[in-house]
Design a protein around this ligand. Sequence first.
Ligand code: FAD
Length: 408
Amino acid sequence: MISAISRPYIVASVPVLREHGVAISRCFYQRLFAAHPELKNMFNMPNQQAGTQQQALAAAIFAYAANIDNPDALAPVISRIVQKHVSLGISEAHYPIVGKHLLDAIAEILGAAATPELLAAWAEAYGLLAAALVAEERKQYQAHGIAPGEYLSVTVARKQKESDSVTSFYLRATDGSALPAFQPGQYISVAVDIEQLALRQLRHYSLSDAPDNGHWRISVKREPENVAADGPYPAGLVSNLLHDEYHEGDVLQVSPPCGDFVLAQEDRRPLVLISAGVGVTPMMSMLHGSLQQSPQRPVNFLYAALNGRHHPLKGELNSLRRRHGQIRSHIAYEKPGADDRPQKDYQQQGYLQLAQLPDALLPHDGSYFLCGPAPFMQVQRDALLARGVAAHQIRQEVFGPSLLQHLQ
Ligand code: FAD
């Protein structure tokens, strides 16, 4: 717990961080990478260039300061950070380095306002957070039986095109051993060397298949170069490399399964899985997992895509629907193609509009899981809250740096 001497300084930092948080985190990353260029391997460098990582860190520091006396609000955020850190191989030795450059960045950006008392308060607050994270991450590494930064070797056993832009990779342990168990909704980090940048980059990919079937499957969307109106976006580094350069028989280095976006063991409430685009990946795993673990539990599967050609794992979903009567599904295709025959009560044209759907698809007592682009999730979350679904019934996974908007 933060000391009585430091608390007022941290609380008084909240408006300052609102104003200068992004500048502090930008300065922090510049200092960190100048002193430790090897740490670029641990961070998503395109996110650095796009500025999203800086925003995410600023949001995290802000949320920490704003909730310093509210451990209940911080607990789920800390749990999520621990899972991310373990999947990235963050070790105890990284914390003092990050702490030093964070304090230096606060001092640089705030100038004279960064009094010795304020810096001492932040040193204490950071030390407490680091100690909590290190303790929890140590437990996680022990449970996985690996050291920080150690990866598992897996071989691509099969590559399967799932839609115009998504390809699945079926993975098996290279040494023939059994792969660790995972919970549906969890992800692995894939480590790939980007030779032209002399960088190793890690990306998270949700496991998209049923648990306990001997392999892991990730389903990766190719991120193409995009010459959008708001500026050209370069092609995604890792997704394109996986699509183009990794074939059956090739070996990948991956983390153990991580993440807390998972089905709760004892939860028997109707399960509602709402996703868009490649956000369908954890949902397919949860769908399989729920059917295996609780065969009678109702599952509503709501999904949005541009059209059927951009609907990964469509055949698999349809096959499960035919075999399991407790699955209700609703699919929204924004611009259906010629092959996308409308199907009554199942497939609609346009955006997914939760306000227009019947209660049978969106039960008041449901357990809701959301995954998709950030604006999609915001719209669907707002629509659920407007229908009377409580915030604690909704879980969500962001496929990018999390801006923690629901904590502030
Ligand atoms: P990056 O090189 O990281 O680029 C990402 C985007 O940033 C691209 O669109 C690129 O155009 C843009 N960009 C690059 N440079 C700039 C710049 N300077 N300015 C502005 N924009 C820029 N993805 C899946 O396909 N399937 C999954 O199942 C999946 N699961 C995930 C689970 C989790 C928990 C998380 C966090 C993410 C998941 N992702 C998943 C996303 C995945 O981790 C990667 O982010 C994704 O594959 C893109 O990585 P990349 O290296 O190809 O693109």
